[in-house]
Ligand binder design. Sequence first.
Ligand SMILES: Cc1cc2nc3c(=O)[nH]c(=O)nc-3n(C[C@H](O)[C@H](O)[C@H](O)COP(=O)(O)OP(=O)(O)OC[C@H]3O[C@@H](n4cnc5c(N)ncnc54)[C@H](O)[C@@H]3O)c2cc1C
Length: 273
Amino acid sequence: MAITVRTFEKLGDAASAVMSDRGARFLAGGTLVMRAINEGDVAITTIVRTSDPALTQIRTAGARIELGAGVTMAQILANRDLAFLHPAARIVGGPAVRNMATVGGNLFAHAPYGDFTAALLALGATVSVSGGYSASDTPLDEFLSARDRGGTRGLVASVTLARPAAPDAFRFRKVSRVKPKGIAVLSIAALLPVAGGRIAGARVAYNGLSPAPMRARGVERALEGRSLDEAGIAPAIAACAEGISPSDDAIASAWYRREILPVHLKRLLLGQA
Ligand SMILES: Cc1cc2nc3c(=O)[nH]c(=O)nc-3n(C[C@H](O)[C@H](O)[C@H](O)COP(=O)(O)OP(=O)(O)OC[C@H]3O[C@@H](n4cnc5c(N)ncnc54)[C@H](O)[C@@H]3O)c2cc1C
């Protein structure tokens, strides 16, 4: 079936085109959209693109960082100011995928994908949308809930996050069977601010343990006021499975995911390889 390709100069016009046509899909890097088309997804009748430069901007001045939705994993890896994000960007597919895969596309990538989104969730990112859902910044947790209810409309323009106060305050770990670019068995991202030797305001997120990236709120609660040593993290490790609903799939069984989660969470919190 023929597919119409529509290209717009402005993101807002592209958003209107997507919202007014049920068969339209926005094309970012295309690593998932083009795969769907090639596999014969007949629901896609129109591809919408935009050349709006706003989508590929990276702003790193100051404590707030803004990433245009069209920024690729390769662009993040090429930016020294974004070094704290490199562990999360580096594990998205292989080099060819990373050259195309965008931040915005990752927000819509369904399980088992969404590793970079888990990192953004732990970093407390907000999402700015052009058209539809909300123009103002929406916390990523809320954005993902709306996405899963089918309530996300319009196009993501950018994500904004705070730079971690210390280089070691943000940690990311992906477990996969084929290294380095295999699909995640699970991923863990953790923002671990320390004040006076104690954790204050931890944010921990998982990918691969539920239908969408999720906050590990039990772990966050258990870490509050604790030190990052074996005894201090013990309650967090005990709480690590709270709220997860891992699936059995070709990558791993739910049982296996539950078994290895405490092992990898412990290594991440203790800063072990
Ligand atoms: C071989 C391979 C390996 C992969 N490995 C990983 C991995 O390890 N980890 C991982 O997380 N992902 C992985 N992916 C999935 C994918 O490459 C990434 O999730 C990527 O970030 C998706 O971005 P994209 O720009 O290619 O999305 P696209 O394919 O362009 O779009 C994906 C979806 O998002 C929508 N979309 C894109 N941008 C916007 C926007 N700005 N606003 C609104 N909607 C938008 C599109 O309409 C579409 O529905 C892999 C994919 C492949 C093919």
